[in-house]
Design a protein around this ligand. Structure first.
Ligand code: FES
Length: 147
């Protein structure tokens, strides 16, 4: 009786482990990136989609168009790293919802507790003509992509 119970328990354990790996693989497949996506790269689409100066939200970055062209800011707060600093259109500033740090349009700190600006990151146009922001490439503050 003891032996039969142990065998049943062993088989149940094997199916549980098998189920775990199948679930993990299925989840990995469902969340995998397409061939066009790369880690830290954010596509904003065609430059002509942004005909006027403005601030546009992407997944991990803000794309800004001003009179000189496009630049992008990493939307991660420089204070403790809250992931989404929000744009306040009415006041024309970025605000972190975590501890209320405020940043200017260029990412400079207007009010703490943040002590460092939002990181300016690289904006390019890829081979398909889409604006792409690379979160891994920090650039000088005044960099612009002229279009
Ligand atoms: S994490 Fe943004 S103000 Fe603290």
């Amino acid at each position: 009786m003891d032996n039969k119970f142990s065998r049943r328990k062993f088989i149940s354990l094997c199916f549980s482990i098998l189920g775990f790996f199948l679930f993990k693989d299925a989840l990995s497949f469902l969340t995998s990136k397409t061939g066009d996506e790369q880690e830290g790269m954010i596509s904003f689409g065609r430059p002509e989609d942004y005909p006027a100066p403005g601030v546009y939200k992407g997944n991990g970055a803000w794309l800004v168009r001003d009179a000189r062209g496009f630049f992008a800011l990493n939307s991660r707060c420089s204070h403790l790293g809250c992931s989404v600093v929000e744009w306040d259109e009415g006041r024309g500033i970025f605000i972190c919802p975590c501890h209320n740090s405020k940043y200017g349009l260029d990412g400079s700190v207007l009010e703490g507790p943040a002590a460092a600006p939002l990181k300016p990151v690289q904006v390019t146009v890829d081979g398909k003509g889409n604006i792409v922001v690379d979160l891994k490439q920090q650039v000088p503050k005044d960099s612009r992509l002229a279009v």
